[in-house]
Design a protein around this ligand. Structure first.
Ligand code: 0PR
Length: 361
């Protein structure tokens, strides 16, 4: 049986998108190479250096180091691992805003660190007062999110950096989703804005590369040594990645996408996506829904559960925040035509919902 992949024409809450054509083609060509074994696959290993150089440029990192991971989850786990291994405490804790991605729960679980969840303020950003209270001498890492999964918000990264430094902890920025958008905004989020030690920045989200292409960046290549294990029977001597065999598809497609799009293509896409988000927020507000202002191209709106369910049953792939709002991520495949058709469906559903039910019904 031939099963076709899911079309993107109704996908509104995913952080995956249709890869750039050059990224798709590169992924296919490098599919069977393994950057985990650079002694055998030197071409893809060299391409990975290019990927890290470009990611570093995007993230304001002067001497880029890192690797192409399987995604934001791996990058976040590895950041926690670096911080834990570097610290000297027996009872390490990580301080993270409640908007942090659930991958940190996995990190805490596998690495045996205590996760301290800082509340967010009314603007859905980390509450700095609480963060100050939560850190102590056993804090190994403070996490800031640059583009949160639920509301697209950017934490006050420089201030979180000061808090981290006050207890000699590291600072990690999770820009897995936001990293390819934020260079075109005036947010402070990157290595040149703050004492960031590690960062997650995923080509396979807003970077328009094929899955799997995540990015882990570190300020200093020595930080990767915290992750390195010996690889006695390979021609290379050590490996810092969490996974062993990796598909070269992620590396090659990340490079192809960034070569094609950085910076102008990404800038143009950001303008289009942000306009789409603002258009949708406006359309939803006009219909009386409470909308969380889209600071980045992500819209959250409080629609009734029955409306949400009807939209899903019409095929719209939408999801909810933990607080129950519908969230629409304006990824590159999400265009105005899709959003217009989505709002038209919403109107049909709401119109039906508002028809008075008579006793004859
Ligand atoms: N950090 C942030 C800020 C994220 O939003 C995500 C994923 C991650 C880390 C983890 O990245 P990976 O999933 O690449 O490991 N955020 C999306 C989410 O959890 C992932 C996603 C993508 C979900 C596509 C659904 C989907 O269709 O919602």
């Amino acid at each position: 049986m031939q099963v076709e992949p899911q079309a993107f024409d109704r996908v509104l809450s995913s952080m995956c998108t249709d890869p750039h054509p050059a990224a798709r083609e590169a992924a296919e060509r490098f599919l069977a190479t393994n950057p985990g074994d650079p002694g055998t696959y030197p071409n893809v290993a060299a391409l990975e250096d290019d990927a890290i150089a470009m990611l570093g440029e995007i993230a304001g990192l002067s001497e880029p180091a890192g690797y192409v991971a399987s995604g934001g989850t791996e990058a976040n786990i590895q950041a926690v691992r670096i911080a834990r291994n570097r610290a000297e405490t027996d009872a390490p804790n990580v301080v993270m805003p409640e908007s942090g991605h659930f991958s940190f729960q996995k990190a805490a679980d596998v690495l045996g660190v205590d996760l301290r969840i800082v509340p967010t303020d009314d603007a859905h950003r980390a509450d700095l007062e609480a963060a100050r209270r939560f850190v102590d001498e056993d804090t190994v890492l403070v996490v800031g999110v640059a583009g949160t999964t639920e509301y697209g918000r950017v934490d006050p990264v420089p201030e979180l950096g000061e808090i981290a430094r006050s207890v000699d902890a590291m600072l990690h920025v999770d820009a897995a989703w936001g990293g390819f958008v934020l260079p075109f905004t005036d947010h402070e989020w990157n290595f040149s804005h703050a004492p960031v030690d590690t960062m997650a920045i995923d080509p396979h989200k807003m970077g328009q590369a094929a899955v799997p292409a995540g990015g882990l960046l570190v300020r200093d290549s020595e930080l990767l040594d915290e992750l390195a294990v010996d690889t006695p029977y390979l021609e290379s001597t050590s490996q810092a990645t969490l996974t062993g065999t990796r598909s070269g598809a992620g590396v090659a497609s990340a490079v192809a996408a960034m070569e094609a799009l950085w910076p102008e293509g990404y800038r143009e896409q950001h303008v289009v996506s942000q306009n789409n988000a603002e258009w949708l927020a406006d359309a939803l507000e006009k219909r009386g829904y409470e909308v969380v202002d889209p600071k980045l191209p992500l819209v959250a709106a409080d629609v009734p559960v029955s409306t949400f369910d009807s939209l899903r049953s019409r095929g719209w792939r939408i999801s909810r925040t933990a607080a129950g709002e519908m969230r629409i991520v304006c990824m590159p495949h999400v265009n105005r035509r899709m959003l217009t058709s989505f709002v038209a469906d919403l109107d049909r559903i709401e119109c039906r919902a508002s028809v008075p039910v008579t006793s004859d019904d």
